[in-house]
Design a binder for this molecule. Structure first.
Ligand code: ZN
Length: 280
């Protein structure tokens, strides 16, 4: 599933080809994505100029000159391709195609159809159902330990589940929560309300760092997620614990034949990878 760094990478890739371009045409081949693609998408967007691209959690935002914003979520398996050839040879799961006045086609492919493409008035964005209850962006400069703690102090669920809760913090998925907890030396089983200010400070630093590194590396590419320019990212090679059950933790010198190495447990139906020795 594309996570925050992957979506940021897609955003940066799209910025290069979409900024200041006019939308000449939009084709919707299937409207029944996770949320029905609104029938006014085409009439609201065609003819407008793309003024900026943004991201909120894992949602891509395309801001138009007519004060509308296109909201795009890649779901579980969605991919955005950039094509300059004409005509574009469309594949089975290519559902939405956006064409610019300089001949670029943005093609949205989503086999499982868990993604969405929506449009709204830009000024109503924050109150939209996708964003109204959403927590803060961890990469904002103003995001700090006090903000994180204010959401953790009354919750008894394990910190692993807390960090996956989009109302507590926006855009973190399974991989980066595992990695940030490992780097912070905090057990994924520790209750949210037992996290100290010092631990929260460390956690916020590591969350920002792990996201920045991933964005720099071009986003990881689990399963079939590709960068918009067709290249495959490579951050997955630098995961320290995620997907590494039974392997030696990079910061431990323990004998894995005795300790079993990195542990995998299930929390909230999803795998957690961690080191029992380093994470308390
Ligand atoms: Zn270890």
């Amino acid at each position: 599933m594309p996570e925050l760094p992957e979506v940021e990478t897609v955003k940066r890739g799209l910025e290069k080809v979409l900024l200041n371009k006019k939308i000449e045409n939009i084709k919707v081949r299937r409207r029944d994505l996770r949320v029905q693609v609104p029938v006014n998408l085409e009439s609201d967007a065609v003819g407008a100029v793309i003024q900026s691209l943004g991201r909120r959690a894992k949602y891509l935002l395309i801001n138009l000159s007519n004060n509308k914003t296109i909201i795009w979520h890649l779901g579980m398996s969605g991919r955005i391709g950039i094509h300059s050839e004409k005509p574009v040879e469309l594949l089975k799961h290519d559902h939405v195609i956006l064409e610019t006045d300089d001949g670029i086609s943005i093609v949205y492919n989503d086999a499982r159809r868990f993604g969405l493409v929506d449009i709204c008035d830009s000024e109503k964005l924050a109150s939209l159902k996708y964003f109204s209850a959403m927590g803060e962006e961890p990469l904002e400069d103003s995001y700090d330990a006090k903000k994180l703690l204010s959401h953790l102090k009354d919750r008894k669920v394990p910190i692993k589940l807390g960090l996956l809760n989009q109302e507590i913090i926006a855009g973190l998925g399974n991989i980066y929560v595992c990695e940030a907890l490992y780097r912070s030396g905090i057990s994924p089983l520790k209750a949210c309300n037992e996290i100290s200010l010092k631990e929260a400070e460390k956690l916020v630093i590591e969350i920002k760092e792990v996201l920045r590194e991933a964005i720099e590396a071009g986003g990881s590419t689990l399963k079939d997620h590709k960068r918009p320019d067709g290249e495959i990212g490579y951050f997955q090679n630098s995961h320290k614990v995620y997907g590494k059950e039974g392997q030696r933790c990079p910061n431990c010198t323990c004998d894995i034949s005795k300790t079993g190495g990195i542990k995998r447990i299930t929390q909230g139906g999803r795998s957690t990878f961690y080191c029992e020795k380093l994470q308390k």
